[in-house]
Design a protein. Structure first.
Length: 253
């Protein structure tokens, strides 16, 4: 089945160009939401980044057809009752519909649906969780009212086509803000091992997280498997009081 025609591909290519060419990240995200509506019609859209500032997982939102107060209300209240939060910590980018995760009979009984969806006349959602090198970087949510059709396989295909471009752009932004051990800003693992009560292996992982290495390269350097690395990283997060690698970067910066 043909999902996109020639004009769709041309327009999609122009969106991808803007992802990489608009320098200001907030302007890029807002432009993306406005342009993607021409390929995936929606009523409301939001684009949150992984938050490095406090206990909230998400922050720095932009949206279309939603107020700044409503965007902030999500992080202040609804994030904690969002039944899709487990997708945020997936090891890869993922485009999905909420209806593929839970049936309406379940969704409509949740606090999130009753307190956020119903009052704003939204029912369907398509989301894109953005991940690079197993680091969660942000999430895009597109919403429609119940009177309209659910998001289609074509809509998910469009999101799938842009996910790697968005992931790379957000990852570059996060690395620009983060300290880098390979850029002359050396991380002293022994000092942080004492400060956060890290084991010797956790201190080694801690140091390598600040280099320009992928998770696979860290595993190869330490002769450990990916699951072992994840366990060390989660232990480091717990001991340092952060929830993501970006928060860890900000903590040390």
């Amino acid at each position: 089945m043909k999902l996109l025609d020639c004009n769709d591909w041309i327009f999609l290519n122009s969106i991808i160009y803007k992802i990489h060419s608009i320098e200001d990240l907030t302007a890029m995200r807002r432009s993306f939401l406005e342009l993607i509506k021409l390929l995936i019609p929606y009523d409301i859209a939001t684009f949150y980044l992984a938050n490095a500032g406090d206990s909230h997982l998400l922050g720095h939102p932009v949206g279309v057809n939603v107020s700044d107060e409503e965007l902030q209300e999500y992080t202040d209240h609804f994030e904690d009752i969002d039944y899709t939060r487990w997708v945020f910590i997936s090891a890869r980018s993922m485009a999905y519909r909420e209806t593929d995760l839970f049936p309406d009979s379940v969704r409509e009984e949740t606090a999130l649906y009753k307190e956020m969806y119903a009052p704003n006349n939204i029912h369907f959602s398509a989301q894109l969780s953005i991940v690079h090198s197993e680091v969660f970087l942000g999430i895009i949510s597109l919403y429609r009212s119940k009177e309209k059709a659910d998001f289609s396989e074509r809509d998910l295909f469009v999101l799938d086509m842009v996910k790697d471009h968005l992931a790379y752009r957000l990852f570059k932004e996060s690395k620009t803000e983060a300290p880098s051990a390979s850029a002359g800003n050396q991380i002293d693992p022994s000092a942080y091992a004492v400060r956060f009560n890290l084991t010797q292996r956790e201190a080694e992982v801690f140091e390598l997280l600040f280099g320009d290495l992928t998770d696979d390269e860290i595993c190869s350097k330490l002769f450990i498997g990916s699951n072992t690395l994840k366990k060390h990283i989660l232990s480091i997060y717990k001991k340092t009081g952060v929830k993501s690698r970006i928060q860890l970067y900000k903590l040390i910066k």
